[in-house]
Write a protein that binds this ligand. Structure first.
Ligand SMILES: Cc1cc2nc3c(=O)[nH]c(=O)nc-3n(C[C@H](O)[C@H](O)[C@H](O)COP(=O)(O)OP(=O)(O)OC[C@H]3O[C@@H](n4cnc5c(N)ncnc54)[C@H](O)[C@@H]3O)c2cc1C
Length: 398
């Protein structure tokens, strides 16, 4: 068995193979030379300095030893030969397989001129260490992009006492995942903490002098002075090494409901696009919990389970003192309704309805309530009946 990508999904795939009794040869190939580590703390505890970088490690070296896998860290896969059942590595080596799990994640998008000093991305632990070092110098920070990553980085920089502006072409932050109403609340949260939020205007270009960034020019002609710019523009699936393999690559590796891309070849985590039968739609998720769950499901199917992967996705984000958690999905044309609490108190839960069904629930500093409401998504509860009931009584939701 060969797994390409040695992070959350790849490591889980390896552990699941062993747990499920696979005693044969197992090779785990990862481009990064560091042992597997967790990414969510990078934009939170690692950036603020609350954690030392080592604390992000997913396993001890002893745990990794116990896997009895050929761990090829610092090795990049450059091609896949599907009929020949081989993965080609940079440097010329190739590794044969009977079963393969693709878990190569995503790579961050960049702005033109992003090679100026002071311009950062945040995907790896090394990125986080470099960005923290830059923030410690007390710079003026501009974060380009107000999705989850951009808003988390802005919050961390602001908590460090820095002057921070976040620029976003959409009218509100995190609009795509959560919609306008929650997006406005996220914008207010940032403004209340002293972060400047410039929405509805894109970035035209970066300004630099002597090879260092000096500012970010927006589409309306204004320039935001900056010593550090963080690009949080979303990501693209890391599928370059698969071009020419014959696998179908659209938004990531195209898989069926079993997470299978071709006979004996499965994909899991951020790189995998699969048909989720629970929602009757194809999806690709960049969520930490999905990386684990999908790797377990893909390996189960590689070993013969034949069980469609039909999860209710889970996602969380931490910004300042607020934790937002969501189960399910929130399509752009979904209706949203507050079902518990009051946004003005900083503590509420909401539900999303689409095509007559509850498809998502969201909690804003409301962990117990959102967990309680999750069953509405699991059961695809009818939206009409649900939307007609009065907002939930806080006393009944715990
Ligand atoms: C800063 C940050 C904060 C996040 N915060 C949250 C959060 O709060 N909540 C949440 O739900 N999710 C969060 N996420 C998302 C979550 O971390 C990802 O969903 C998860 O890491 C996906 O795991 P993965 O194994 O699929 O991909 P990745 O973690 O991206 O791992 C893929 C691995 O494959 C390697 N690789 C790529 N190409 C090759 C190749 N050709 N050959 C060999 N190896 C290769 C890469 O180097 C990488 O190590 C965050 C992500 C980041 C970056």
């Amino acid at each position: 068995m060969v797994i390409v990508g040695a992070s959350a999904a790849g490591l889980t795939a390896a552990e699941t193979l062993r747990r499920r009794g696979w005693n044969g040869e197992l090779t785990l190939i990862g481009e990064e030379s560091r042992p597997p580590y967790d990414r969510p703390p990078l934009s939170k505890q690692i950036l603020t300095g609350a954690w030392e970088p080592e604390r992000a490690a997913l396993r001890t070296l002893r745990d990794l030893d116990r896997l009895k896998a050929d761990l090829r860290l610092g090795h990049r896969a450059v091609a896949l030969d599907v009929p020949g059942r081989r993965v080609h590595l940079e440097g010329g080596e190739n590794i044969g397989f009977d079963g393969l799990v693709i878990a190569t994640g995503v790579a961050p998008r960049r702005l033109p001129d992003s090679d100026l000093a002071g311009v950062h991305v945040l995907r790896t632990l090394d990125d986080a260490i470099a960005l923290r070092a830059a923030l410690l110098a007390g710079p003026r920070v501009v974060v380009v992009g107000a999705g989850f990553l951009g808003t988390e980085v802005a919050a961390a920089a602001r908590v460090m006492g820095l002057e921070v502006t976040v620029a976003e072409p959409e009218p509100v932050p995190v609009r795509r995942p959560f919609g306008d109403r929650v997006g406005e609340l996220v914008a207010d949260l940032h403004r209340d903490h002293g972060t400047r939020v410039r929405c509805g205007v894109g970035v035209r270009r970066l300004h630099g002098a002597g090879g260092r960034v000096t500012g970010v020019e927006l589409g309306d002609g204004t320039t935001l002075p900056a010593d550090v710019v963080v690009q949080a523009l979303g990501s693209t699936p890391a599928t370059g090494w698969l071009s020419g393999s014959g696998l179908r690559l659209r938004d990531g590796v195209d898989c069926d409901a079993l997470c299978e891309a071709a006979p004996g070849i499965y994909a899991a985590g951020d790189v995998a696009s699969w048909f989720n039968p629970h929602f009757g739609t194809r999806m690709r998720l960049e969520h930490r919990m999905n990386a684990t769950e999908q790797a377990m499901a893909a390996v189960g199917n590689l070993l013969g389970d034949a069980t469609p992967f039909a999860p209710v996705p889970y996602f969380w984000t931490d910004q300042y003192d607020t934790r937002i958690q969501a189960y399910g999905i929130s399509p752009p044309d979904a209706e949203m309704r507050i079902v518990y609490g009051d946004p003005s108190d900083g503590h509420f839960a909401a539900a999303y309805g689409h095509h007559g069904r509850v498809v998502g629930v969201l909690g804003w500093n409301a962990p117990r309530q959102v967990r309680t409401l999750r069953h509405l998504v699991v059961d695809s509860a009818p939206w009409a009946a649900f939307a007609a009931t009065p907002a939930l009584d806080p006393a009944t939701v715990n």
